[in-house]
Structures are given as C-alpha cells and as structure tokens.
Design a protein around this ligand. Structure first.
Ligand SMILES: C[S@@+](CC[C@H](N)C(=O)[O-])C[C@H]1O[C@@H](n2cnc3c(N)ncnc32)[C@H](O)[C@@H]1O
Length: 374
C-alpha cells in the first residue's frame, strides 16, 4: 500500500489521484488473476498439475477433461502471473509449438493451492470472491430498500470459501494455541463425556478439529444455514467422526439450556448473528458450573480511524459485501457487521449476564479471542 500521504492528518485520504489510480489498477490485476485462480480451483486444474511433475496443455486437457485451447491459454496466464513454472521455455526457438511447452506447479505453491490444511492455503479465497460477486446485484437492490441479502443467496462458493479459508486455522491452531490459553478448560475436555457446543459452526471444520483432539468428548455443532449443516454431516462421515459429533440446524439464540457444557465456541460467527446477545445468553444457559465460552472474531481496531490499515480495509470490504447484508436479512436486533470491536463484545457479554469477558493472550494475525464466564 502506498503511504506517501504520511504527512497528512488523520481523516484525510492517503493517496494522490495518480496513486489512487495505480492502487485501482493493481486491484484490477489482482481481481482478474483471482478469477483465473477460481477456474483453476473449480476445474481441478491445480489438482491435476499437483499429481504430475509437469504437464503440457494437451496433457492437462486430458487429465482435467477440458478443451486444449483453454488449457493452453490458462497455463500460459498462470506462468506469466508467477503461479506456475514453464521450465524449458527459455530454450524455445521462434515458432516453437506452444502445445509442447511444459508447465509445473512448484512444491512451494502446492502448499498454497492444493493443501487445504496448510497454514498458507488460500485457494478458498477465489471461491469466496466469486460467491460474493454473484450476490452483488442483490446487494445493490438492498442498498436502496434497506433489506438484507440472505446468507443462502451467497451460495456454495461463499460457504465453501469461508470454510476453506478458516479450516487451516482450526486444524493447526484451535487446540494447540487458542485452547491452550484456557488450560483449565483444556484439562476438563479430556474427561470422558465432556460436552462442547460449537455455535455458527458452518460446514463443521472447527467442530471436527475439536472432536479429533478430544475423543472422549461429545460435540454438537449448530448453524442456521441448512446447506452448511448438510455439508458438515458429510464432512463428519468422511472423517469417521459421525458417532462422536452431532450437527443441528437452528438459531444459536434459541437453544434450550442444559447447564452441562464445558465449552461453547463461536468462531467468526458472533458478528453474523441477528441477536448476538440472545445467542450469548443461550450459551450461558448451556454452560456447566465451570464452563466457559470461547469467541474468535475479527481483530479489528479499537475505534474507527481513517485511513485504516490493510486488515481493517479487508474487514470493512467484507462487511459491506457480505456480513452486514446477510445479518440484515435475519431482521437483526443489532447489526455489527464484520467490524465487531472489542468493547462491543464486552458490552454484549455484560448484557447477556456474564461477569467476566477476558481478551485471551493468543498471538493471531486475523482474530481476537475472548473468554466469557461467570
Ligand atoms: C462467517 S461464517 C463462519 C462459519 C464457521 N464458524 C467458520 O469459521 O468456518 C458464519 C456462520 O454463522 C452462521 N450463523 C449466523 N447466524 C446464526 C445464528 N443465529 N445461529 C446459528 N448460526 C448462525 C451462518 O450460517 C454461518 O455459517
């Protein structure tokens, strides 16, 4: 990001007209390349490349059942963009047959594009982008009427995009880092019969990560979106965890109290809930005497400040296009949007009856973690 406007006072724009124009051009280029990446993900082109050392356009066409002319153009585009290697092209003469050119997905880039549990995996990002783009005409209408855009209207790409972006964090960090900041809870989760409830669980990657880590625990995932729950059930069966985990479709704010749960989790979902205070009250009713709630939500700034850092830009962009309209479609009591600030979470917790709301000492680039109890 160009910041030649450092001398400017807060609230002023950081760019000159030329700099803004350059910034938009860079964004256009990234958007075009992200859309090409979407094709690579959804058409299985990266997977096909990862299964071979190198492929020619004809070989990729054969392996992924696509037309050779598209295979060639896409491979060349990906190599020019720096995603793929074209190892022998420097030795090619004029008029060489471009259908004989070979392309490789380097091992380093396989981590980012074909390894869904790798911390660097980002191939779900393009899915999210296309899913949101599809909903933009509805959003435009909502801007005029004030209505929302239902979560389901964002479709499979958005659902799988969000799930795929968060999955590596659940697989790598949830137990090893986030829950380590709650050592007393961690200990109790190993006790046979311990109960965990995962609110706003999406397609269930967080629920399943906890099920794997705590084989003696019983875990329930709850989400309002039927398509997410259907996918979660499939994911549980595929992971061999269907016996230990149950998924239920419903509103987190309307669950019956049990007073028997050790841990309630809410990952990147509190800001999406139409009535977050009611959901937190429900969570409190679920907890046993020593139970606690763990919330992971966006690591936003403490207060509005413009211009903002990159992560704040990301969260606001996400909010306008997705979180705010999806929440408005649920007749929201409050409308936090993606930018759910720490003092708002603390106020929700107080209103829901918790005596304690602690920001946990967890080092994370994107999320902040809150422990609620008492
Ligand atoms: C950004 S997604 C996060 C999903 C999942 N926790 C993850 O990190 O991949 C937010 C989720 O909250 C769910 N949600 C929104 N309001 C809800 C409510 N009142 N009760 C249960 N789930 C809700 C949505 O359906 C969606 O799956």
């Amino acid at each position: 990001m160009t910041t030649s406007g450092d001398h400017r006072r807060g609230g002023e724009v950081p760019w000159s007209a030329e700099e803004l124009s350059e910034e938009i051009f860079r964004g256009l280029l990234s958007t075009l390349e992200i859309f090409n990446m979407y094709v690579g993900v959804r058409a299985g082109l990266y997977e096909a490349l990862a299964a071979h050392d190198t492929l020619t356009p004809d070989e990729l066409a054969e392996a992924a059942s696509i037309h050779p002319r598209y295979a060639r153009e896409w491979l060349e585009q990906q190599a020019v963009a720096g995603v793929l290697e074209a190892p022998d092209h420097a030795q090619e003469g004029q008029g060489s047959d471009s259908y004989h050119r070979r392309f490789r997905l380097p091992a380093e880039h396989r981590r980012v594009l074909t390894s869904p549990d790798d911390p660097l995996y980002l191939a779900a990002g393009p899915l999210f982008m296309l899913g949101v783009a599809e909903a933009v005409p509805h959003l435009l209408a909502a801007f005029r009427t004030g209505e929302g855009v239902p979560y389901a209207r964002y479709g499979r790409d958005t659902r799988e995009g969000i799930a795929g972006l968060n999955r590596p964090m659940f697989r790598n960090d949830l137990v090893r880092s986030w829950l380590r900041a709650m050592p007393d809870v961690l200990e109790r989760l190993a006790v046979p019969g311990a109960r965990i409830v995962d609110l706003g669980c999406g397609v269930g990657w967080s629920t399943l990560a906890m099920a794997e880590a705590f084989p003696a625990a019983r875990i329930t995932g709850v989400d309002l979106d039927p398509a997410s729950i259907e996918q979660a059930l499939g994911n549980a069966a595929e992971a061999g965890l269907a016996e230990q985990v149950e998924f239920s479709c419903g509103d987190a704010a309307l669950l019956e109290s049990s007073g028997a749960v050790e841990l309630v989790t809410v990952f990147e979902a509190l800001h999406d809930m139409a009535d977050p205070v009611a959901a937190l009250k429900t969570a409190r009713g679920l907890l046993g005497p020593s139970g606690a709630v763990l919330i992971g939500d966006e690591k936003v700034e403490d207060r509005f400040a413009a211009p903002g850092p990159e992560l704040e830009r990301f969260n606001y962009a996400f909010s306008v296009l997705h979180c705010l309209p999806a929440t408005r479609a649920e007749n929201a009591r409050v409308e936090a949007g993606t930018v759910l600030r720490a003092d708002t979470v603390a106020a929700y917790a107080r209103e829901a009856g918790y005596a304690d709301c602690e920001v946990l000492d967890v080092d994370h680039d994107l999320w902040r973690f809150y422990r609620l109890g008492g």
